[in-house]
Design a protein around this ligand. Sequence first.
Ligand code: ADP
Ligand code: MG
Length: 680
Amino acid sequence: MVRKLEDSVECLPGVGPKKTIALNKLGINTIEDLLTYYPFRYDNLAAKSLSEISEQEKVTIKGTVASEPTLIRFGRKKNRLNFRLIVENQVILVTFFNQPYLKEKVQLGNDIAIYGRYNIKRQSFTGMKIIPAGQSNDFKGVYRASKEIKANQIEKLIKLAFDEYEYLLNDIVPLSLRNKYRLETRKQMIHDMHFPQNKKQADLARRSAIFEEFFRFQIGLQFLKKEDKKNSGLSIKYDNEKLKKFIESLPFELTNAQKHVVNEICFNLRQPEKMNRLLQGDVGSGKTIVAAIAMYAVVTAGYQAALMVPTEILAQQHAEKLAKLFMPLGINVGLMTSTTTSKVVQKRELLKQLKNNTIQIVVGTHALIQNEVEFAKLGLVITDEQHRFGVNQRKLLREKGTNPDVLAMTATPIPRTLAITSYGEMDVSIINELPSGRKAIDTKWIRKKQLNEALSFIRQQLDEGAQAYVVSPLIEESEMMDLQNAEEVFEKLKKYFGEQYRIGLLHGKLKPAEKENIMKKFVKHEYDILVSTTVIEVGVDVPNASVMMILDADRFGLAQLHQLRGRVGRGSRKSYCFLVADPTGDYGKERMKTMVDTLDGFVIAQRDLELRGPGDVLGTAQAGLPEFKVGDPVRDLKILQIAQQEAARIINDPNLKEKDENFELLKFLKRKINWNNNLD
Ligand code: ADP
Ligand code: MG
């Protein structure tokens, strides 16, 4: 059998169907996934002397067991194991929670090493594990594991995979670049990411891994960008007179920012080059109307336009608005979601109308990218909340036409440098202005003990006919036990508000149809309060909802808080946002203050960047940036920029294919990006 890094993990000895499923759940499908499943942190298990330990530091201590261990049970499943340990002539009380089986391993008079957390003041130690005598390496990576597969099993599999597949680890980063930036070979890097001797080695490997990860990403982007330029797009000769009239007929005047963006888009439409544009605009900045204008322009030239959105309810809202706008002009708007297409006749009719150009504008969810969907003349593809879609989904929609123009919209303000680097293949437009007359959202940061006051304020608002959102963060695993989960909040609010107020509960575990249903009920004011996890974050419009309360607000990224807050302030009511949080450090307080101080998403994004400490990856995924395994586009922006420059230089090098050192890189492009034809 010929081995490949793309082999399924099932190829490893000892990995059967069960383990395969467990690994898949962690996102590990192939050998390569496994080899790049890096530790999320390293523990230094070398024992420290007590005087070197700082408060609450995680360390290993060594000592002699000085009392018989006692096991104390409390609650049904909870217990703790206590014993005394003599360390450097001091007596320390050691406690292990919920690991009763360790009792056997702790014998009076024996010397043992324990890893855990030291509380200096109380001279106590909370144990996490007992380190087996004779363990070879003190510096160990810690892997994210699951109920189905444990960290040490993962580690063993990685070792196995490394030994068997090591010879296939080739360098995509060319030698000259590795020399220039003093980067390790891929083989060395992967080895040291998993099995470093010490921190220095791990740090070196991490630096190489970050570069490599960004470089791979950028090589693809830069290649796409170059190809995009080659492919001629459509030159859409829209009817300028009609377009002007349409814009004049709108019930409001466009903001200057909107006008500017409309001009940019119209210019692109006319040009024979393909448009590939990212439109950033804060929540409520009026992106939808810009999209509508672009779609209208395309239709006046005899083309069709498609708008893809991440949820069914959004699709419905958009379709209704657009239909109102376009029906009087004799333009037909279609809606394509899994619900609308569940009725066979209706679906067949819709497909036919798209294919014969009876429907000129279609709004839909990812149902739009099904195979059967065919367009007569697709000229423009728009995605809303574009980061919710994978690159592939966007590509599939694009391929429904012959080189249609593409507009991707996002409400997540990403600082410009970062946007350009992360969406290297796109042009970026920004709407940095809200329509005038927008009512400010009154934001208040309150402590948990003030919760009751806030709740009684909400009650008043409800009595006046308003609706409210209450957001509670999800419990991820047992570690976050102190977080209140949505169900708990739901029950508490039911008790607090009583029968006369109707409360709905929305969370990620519900099936899509159930979610839609609850959301619809909230839209129709069949609920007064919607308790929710962050699933309401995306663009839903309930103008009557004017109060937002976010519990444990300090657990969220600022970008996410901003998105959540953007759910209110959409109607004629004065809107309020309560951030309930008791942050301890200055950092947390600053973050809450930022939210109170400004409603400007770009200012918030900038502050977020400034406030983030190194190693804090919170919010990267939330900011709609591509997700990386080791690199953090914010923390490692410099490396990302260098990777981008180098990748662009290499891709545009006329001798790209002649240089030996590019051999693996070209192979990688062919394999991963699958544009074989273009490369030959
Ligand atoms: P978003 O950018 O969050 O998608 P929307 O497109 O939903 O924002 O716009 C929010 C609201 O503002 C809509 O009700 C829309 O009709 C309105 N709107 C858009 N542009 C303007 C404008 N120039 N003046 C006044 N209202 C506007
Ligand atoms: Mg929108």
